[in-house]
Design a protein around this ligand. Structure first.
Ligand SMILES: *Cc1c(COP(=O)(O)O)cnc(C)c1O
Length: 397
């Protein structure tokens, strides 16, 4: 029996992540090879015609598709429960493509206020150049969402949990509202991954990923994905095919293999993160600790309803603001000070001076990013070693 005969119908998450492989080639390889080829041969003139007119499926050119990107997309579709998907060169190209493929001049986008820094820039600085406007709704004000929807609203875009504030949005509630208005709900599921949260099953139409983070999990490669309804993805595919944000075959090959270990990695990211959140709650150098599975998190009940675990990110809010934040970053020893997240290595970042520095102080305050906020992307080192380093970096207040 060959791998080609794998039937995903009743398979579990871990099995899908490993067994939904690219078809075996005539070489009968066990591990999927890397297809470093820009284009593919046509059998004859009729085959080329049929491929281009999309009467038959098949590889043409790696900007459209490649066996490695196909495998990556197929895995994500199965894991997220999406009908179709595309792979992109980065998380931001996925965000841009998912929006640009669907809006025209005069259209409107409704978004949550708590968004990844570059997504925020896209809404405030880039889309307005083409006459696309947006409004931000607040997590704490459910009525504002309904109020801000207009006849020109073409999509609702959110992140949950948000980067880096860890604010949660009720996917079932917003999914139902979006559906009642006939507007697609697009969810950036980067922090949770499909292992912890499946937005499509809760009412979203589309899921976005920065595969750079937990999909890779080892801080090596950039990548992104859009997964969702067949109809929405058809527009994204057309847009991507003719604008070129394709994922490289090498990155797709790497990411497809990384996804095989996503479940075991996420289990450990989550157990380490919960232990760290519990350990530091009440620490004298901290104003607060934020983690979705801590009872003190304002959206704790919601977190337990829509996520299976709390994720790998813990937020520490230091007493003493900007200065305390900078001192902490200069004191960590084993823990890395870097901009990525979702890595095997624990990473700390200071959003107020880096990823979210382009926001005004008022904008940062509105999305719960205070000057002393440190985002800890909890890695897979032994939890006692991570705690020891963070502890010494906090010092005595
Ligand atoms: C990192 C990130 C992105 C952007 O992904 P890139 O792969 O860096 O382009 C988008 N959304 C969230 C929530 C992220 O953390």
């Amino acid at each position: 029996m060959s791998t080609d005969s794998f039937d995903p119908t009743d398979a579990h998450f871990e099995t899908l992540a490993i067994r939904a492989q690219a078809p075996v080639s005539p070489e009968r390889e066990h591990s999927v090879p890397l297809y470093l080829t820009s284009s593919f041969r046509f059998d004859d003139a009729e085959h080329a015609r049929a491929l281009f007119s999309e009467e038959v499926a098949g590889n043409i050119y790696s900007r459209y598709a490649n066996p490695n990107t196909d495998e990556f997309v197929r895995k994500l579709c199965l894991l997220e429960g999406g009908e179709d998907g595309i792979a992109t060169s980065s998380g931001m190209s996925a965000v841009f493509c998912a929006i640009a493929a669907r809006v025209s001049s005069g259209d409107h986008v409704l978004a949550s206020r708590a968004l990844f820094g570059s997504t925020h820039q896209l809404f405030t600085r880039i889309l307005p150049k083409w006459g696309v406007t947006s409004d931000y709704a607040d997590v704490g004000d459910p009525a504002s969402w309904e109020r801000l929807i207009r006849p020109e609203t073409k999509l609702i875009f959110i992140e949950t949990p948000s980067n880096p504030g860890l604010e949660l949005i009720d996917l079932e509630w917003l999914g139902a509202l979006a559906q009642s208005r006939g507007i697609p709900l697009v969810v950036d599921n980067c922090f949770a991954t499909p292992y912890l949260q499946r937005p499509l099953a809760l009412g979203a139409s589309v899921v976005i990923h920065s595969a750079t983070k937990y999909m890779d999990g080892q801080g090596r490669a950039l990548g992104g994905a859009i997964v969702g309804t067949r109809e929405y993805i058809a527009d994204c595919r057309f847009f991507a095919r003719h604008t070129g944000p394709a994922m490289s075959a090498f990155n797709a090959w790497l990411l497809s293999k990384s996804i095989e270990t996503l479940a075991v990695r996420m289990d450990r990211h989550c157990s380490n993160a919960l232990a760290i959140a519990k350990h530091f709650e009440g620490h004298p150098a901290l104003e607060s600790v934020r983690y979705p599975f801590l009872a003190s998190h304002p959206h704790h009940e919601l977190a337990k309803r829509q996520m299976s675990q709390g994720g790998g990110i813990v937020v520490l809010v230091l007493k003493g603001g900007l200065e305390a934040g900078r001192r902490f970053l200069d004191r960590v020893q084993m823990v890395s000070h870097s901009a990525n997240l979702g890595d095997t290595r624990t990473i700390v970042t200071h959003p107020a001076s880096t990823t979210h520095s382009k926001l005004t102080p008022a904008e940062r305050a509105a999305v719960a990013i205070s000057d002393g906020l440190i985002r800890v992307s909890v890695g897979l080192e032994h939890v006692a070693d991570i705690i020891a380093d963070l502890e010494q970096a906090l010092g005595t207040p």
